[in-house]
Design a protein around this ligand. Structure first.
Ligand SMILES: [Zn+2]
Length: 239
């Protein structure tokens, strides 16, 4: 039974190392995804802004067009003014001219405002895109680093996997099956030490009688609380 326990502990140690490598690989890719997500969101913001810019440009060009037409009309009226016969006609034409002039002034101001808004939008879009470009090139470097690291970790894993199957073959079938079930259900820890009557997996006391049997180490015991397999671990051996 001592040998069986030793094999199980070594197997668990191997499995924990494999899990750590898997976690490291997943974390590397997870970080990349997260950063890509931030860049994508910024690109989307720039695209939305570009759409709104188009609307502003269209509105501005409409007003510009109006201004152009009204300026031509104004000139026509001003020419007409020199040829009117009656004072009443003159006054009414003059009023029209003044009205158009005021409208055109308002149009000019509007165009100026649209120009300012559009310029601010263009600057913001450029800023967003520049930031995204810079981050993307940094991310590309990071990505190749993560890929290299992952390759390296995968190589390490392949080595450990070999050691694992050798070790797994040394564990008896039913015990191996139980080990695998517990490993899945108990977050990778299927076999734990018992120190001074306390299970180091769930930190609950085990019955005194059972503890004595664990001390003898004749057979494999499981914790009544967390069901993990147990071995005796004297206090001084605790990590
Ligand atoms: Zn326990």
């Amino acid at each position: 039974m001592k040998k069986e326990l030793g094999n199980l502990l070594e197997l668990q140690d191997i499995d924990l190392r494999i899990r750590k490598l898997n976690d490291e690989i997943a974390k590397g890719y997870g970080d990349l995804d997260e950063r890509q997500g931030v860049i994508d969101a910024r690109r989307e913001e720039a695209a939305d802004l570009a759409e709104r810019l188009e609307v502003v440009e269209k509105e501005k060009s409409d007003v510009e067009h109006e201004l152009e037409e009204e300026t031509i009309r104004l000139k026509t009226r001003q020419t007409k003014l020199m040829n009117v016969q009656t004072n009443r006609e003159y006054q009414s034409l003059l009023k029209e001219i003044e009205g158009t002039k005021a409208d055109n002034k308002r149009r000019e101001e509007e165009i100026l405002r649209y120009t300012e808004i559009a310029e601010a939008m263009v600057a913001k879009i450029e800023e967003l895109n520049n930031t995204s470009d810079a981050e993307e090139s940094i991310l590309a470097e990071e990505k190749s680093k993560v890929e290299d690291l992952a390759k390296d970790l995968e190589k390490q894993k392949a080595e450990i996997d070999k050691a694992r199957s050798t070790k797994a073959n040394k564990v008896k079938g039913p015990i191996y099956k139980r080990y695998e079930q517990l490993r899945e259900r108990r977050n990778g820890i299927a076999i734990v030490g018992v120190t001074e009557g306390v299970c180091q997996g769930c930190f609950m006391n085990i019955p005194a009688q059972q503890f004595n049997e664990v001390l003898r180490g004749d057979e494999l015991h499981t914790c009544p609380t967390c069901q993990r397999m147990m071995f005796h671990q004297p206090a001084e051996e605790q990590e």
